[in-house]
Design a protein around this ligand. Sequence first.
Ligand code: BGC
Length: 757
Amino acid sequence: MLLIVAFFLFSCQKESVVGIETYPEVEALISQMTLEEKVGQTAQITLDVLIKGPSRYKSTEPFTLDEEMLEKAINKYHIGSVLNTANTKALSVEKWHDIVTAIQNAALENETKIPVLYGIDAIHGATYTADATFFPQQIAQAATWNPTLVYEAGRITAYETRASAIPWNFSPVLDLGKDPRWPRIWETYGEDPYLCSVMGAEAVKGYQGDDLASPTSVAACLKHFFAYGSNTGKDRTPLEISEVALREYYLPAFEAAIEAGAASIMVNSGLINGVPVHANKTLLTDLLKEEMGFDGLVVTDWADIENIHNRDRVADSHKEAIKLAINAGIDMSMIPYKFERYCDNLIALVKEGEVSMERLDDAVRRTLNLKYKLGLFETPVTNYKDYPEFGSDAFEKSAYHTADEAITLLKNGKNILPLKKGQRILVAGPNANNMRTLNGGWTYSWQGEKTDLFAERYHTIFEAIQNEFGKDKVSYFAGVEYDMTGGYINEVNIDIPGAVRAAKNADVLVLCLGENSYTEKPGDLHDLMISDNQEELALALAKTGKPVVLVLNEGRPRIIRNFVKEMDAVVQTYLGGNFAGDALADILSGDVNPSGKLPYTYPMYSNTLVPYNHKPSEESTTQDGAYDYGGGFFPQYEFGFGLSYATFAYSDLEVSKNNFSGKEELTVSVKVKNTGKVTGKEVVQLYSSDLYASISPDMKRLRAFEKIELQPGEAKTVSFTISAEDLSFINAQYERVTEPGVFELMVEKMKVKVSYQ
Ligand code: BGC
């Protein structure tokens, strides 16, 4: 029964309990559940625990369910949720169906008959499903500046995740990709709050569709709430930040995605101002659940209740950590192994009155609501046989198209690109001939190291260039390779003289540099410069005098300052997925005109990691001729930058009125003309700058954008509607305000001033 009734609880002294909408069926269940059953619903374990192996941390292949453990976890402890694959490895849809069916069958033997909620990180396609469709990673999706493509990627990923019998997706990441050193920057939509908000909302709509109960929808899980991964550059390290900055930059994307209906949220693993976010009631309950009115499920990140005790030393025991987290507002704990300790402690805490039954009921209600909305009570397992479009050509075309709109042309000296057919091409570099680097982490396995086992039928950059330009014309010599057996950073088979010799027989060199795959802590970095070997290879190849096209294939923007001047062209592929090789080859040949734009600032120097929306004091300032205090903003390439084989002329920037007030809106219009010889797509970007404000204003902020296509000679007028709210900021009292004053509105190099009263 889908009738929703309002069900309100009132705040009690110890912890506030938030009123949320619920279902009569869910309330009936809660009223009958034992304490043990309720605690089980808040518990999530990883699949390895349920698969036979030498320990619960490791499974033996081929996977067989450990019936004894299944009985203990699901029937004795009533565990409500399972995540992940086992041994971090992709499985066939058939295997997924068997595993999820066995787990659900066990759950349905319980008196409550509550199905298990299975969750997975299907972050650019169904990560752990063999033969699924792999899209570009989020950072590359953002580089398309095309929200429709992000929506489509979400729909297709939802379909294929559901074909794998899994209804809950730990995606999208709405953290800001502001710090280029961070090993998770490629999991984000880049550094800008507005771009992240637009793309995040589209992803949620794509995943969840119109109705969560549809067998082609999955529940989205926004992560990681919030301000994860900023400032320190290393994963899961502390962040000191003001509340103004938190609300101004880090919150908007979550607000937009909640507005779009996101069903669940995962919490930031780190510390904010010394407090683990998992133990922070102000952020999880007061802000998220009360102020923002989030009525979905709040799940921890991996082992993060244990981390409050083990790592952060904020609680002196596991029991105290559980108490802090649940009272802070956590609804489900991704334990993920030692479920007995978690459940027994939480049961004791409720009995002792340290965690109230109201708080526990609220957590259980949020979990059961989601199971109910997903239709799991009626259909606990979806069947791959009902998903004929899984891995279809149409899905693959969409992934290809997303890759082609993502690829960003950063330099095209003497219009060397597109390359003329008939030339002899040498493809070189560590990223030239494998699928692993094209996809990055979370691809068939957590760190992406198993990709080449699964993705053989797709084309590496070298193979795709051969297909496009002819096998007899295209040769390959790596010069530097990654050690595919060890950590992601080691490089092997260094043979730079060999690459130089190979270059002699070529007319043009396509040099593929960047990074090997990684994610999270294992991807931490000591130096943002691209590796010494790769730099040496680039300089040596440039010295041959042959034109060099530098292809970047990297999760984060590694510094290329020392050799980029010697490169004739530069093309950024990010982590473009299984079709990035094909899309790149089509761009190199001119079959496709590149249209991606950078979703982050590409840094030039390791100590100048300044995002585009920085403060005036972060630029050079002329102080009446006396002294330049400027910090300096010297990017290699700016946020929003990307070239095309066409050229575009901007003119006629106009605004409907120069003075406005209250809730009045402005229309800003600009004419864009394709002055080139080929059809091209252009992203028209509108920025604003508040000239003076009570909090030092950012130099500029993105307020709107639109991607358009123009034939040669064609012109279009693009209009944006802007309100005072769009020009607002968070003031020192943490209020969103638009202060009276003058604003500059900017499109490309044109500016117009407006005054707000
Ligand atoms: C990551 C999350 C992920 C979770 C479950 C964690 O280590 O930080 O992004 O969703 O694992 O796999």
